[in-house]
Design a protein around this ligand. Structure first.
Ligand code: AMP
Ligand code: MG
Length: 267
């Protein structure tokens, strides 16, 4: 999955990243979907171990344009994990109270504790994405935030948090189809917001903002992955595989049981 990791310090040009790519699984949707079920089981076991060991903390950041598939990833990749050890934190338009603090305030309190996986559905990156594109604060203010964010994530990492960040990469045409599906299918309409059409018009500016995010904040301690996301099955496979490889790398083990359990007889 290395091919999708943004090397720290590299300059990302998203037009060079193919949202239709499915090369790691040879473009086979049916096979791919079956493989995901296997990965779901592996992830379930690893998460159980993470929870039991109660040592590591894992933060998964999901960012994407509207319809990019953040909700789908949460549903399909994390299917089967134990809700006791996994939390989802979604970040919407900040409340008045949130806005009266610094932009990391609302985020920090959701970061994972020991034994936990926390998934961010949107994140502090909105503060250099939507905030930048809509000039909600001046450039002198958002311009400093890349350094803040790298330092903030460094704090988390130094204190034992493993951080993975995924940008779900779709193209304008795919978004059109997905927005249309939201209009056409009655049970999807609740997800449609007229505001999404205004955001869509700002696509090039968002891509520019994403390119800066990916170029400036992919670090050794908190790497970004650009996930080809036009094909949902492939997107899920990539993320599940990265997660599993990362969790395996943590070298976890179940806690030592108490001494003397071998002779225990339960009457
Ligand atoms: P959704 O994820 O579709 O429910 O929409 C949430 C909305 O909240 C999106 O339009 C985001 O751009 C917006 N949002 C999230 N964080 C911020 C932020 N820090 N400032 C302004 N808008 C935000
Ligand atoms: Mg939305």
């Amino acid at each position: 999955m290395d091919r999708y990791r943004v090397k720290p310090g590299s300059q990302v040009d998203l037009s060079q990243w193919d949202p239709n790519d499915s090369s790691a699984f040879e473009g086979q949707k049916k096979e791919g979907k079956r493989h995901l079920l296997l990965l779901n089981e592996q992830l379930e076991e690893l998460q159980e171990l993470l929870y039991a060991e109660n040592r590591h903390k894992v933060l998964v950041v999901l960012q994407a344009m509207d319809t990019g598939g953040k909700d789908g990833v949460i549903r399909h990749v994390f299917e089967g994990v134990n809700p006791q050890g996994v939390k989802v934190a979604g970040f919407k338009v900040p409340t008045a109270e949130e806005l009266s603090h610094d932009y990391l305030w609302r985020v920090h309190k959701w970061t994972p504790g020991r034994g936990e996986i926390v998934i961010f559905n949107r994140s502090h990156y909105e503060d250099v994405l939507v905030v930048r594109v809509h000039s909600l604060v001046p450039p002198e203010v958002w311009g400093k935030r890349y350094d803040h964010i790298n330092a903030f994530e460094r704090v988390l990492a130094d204190e034992g948090t493993t951080i993975l960040k995924f940008y779900l990469h779709i193209d304008l045409e795919e978004q059109k189809e997905r927005l249309q599906a939201r209009l056409d299918e009655p049970h999807k309409r609740w997800k449609f917001s007229l505001g999404d059409l205004d955001e869509r018009k700002l696509w090039p500016r968002y891509m520019q903002a994403y390119e800066d995010v990916l170029s400036k904040t992919s670090t050794a301690w908190a790497p970004w992955y650009v996930v080809p996301a036009n094909r949902k099955w492939y997107r899920n496979l990539v993320i599940a595989t990265v997660l599993i490889e990362t969790l395996r790398g943590l070298d976890m083990s179940y806690p030592q049981p108490e001494n003397g359990l071998d002779d225990v007889v339960i009457v």
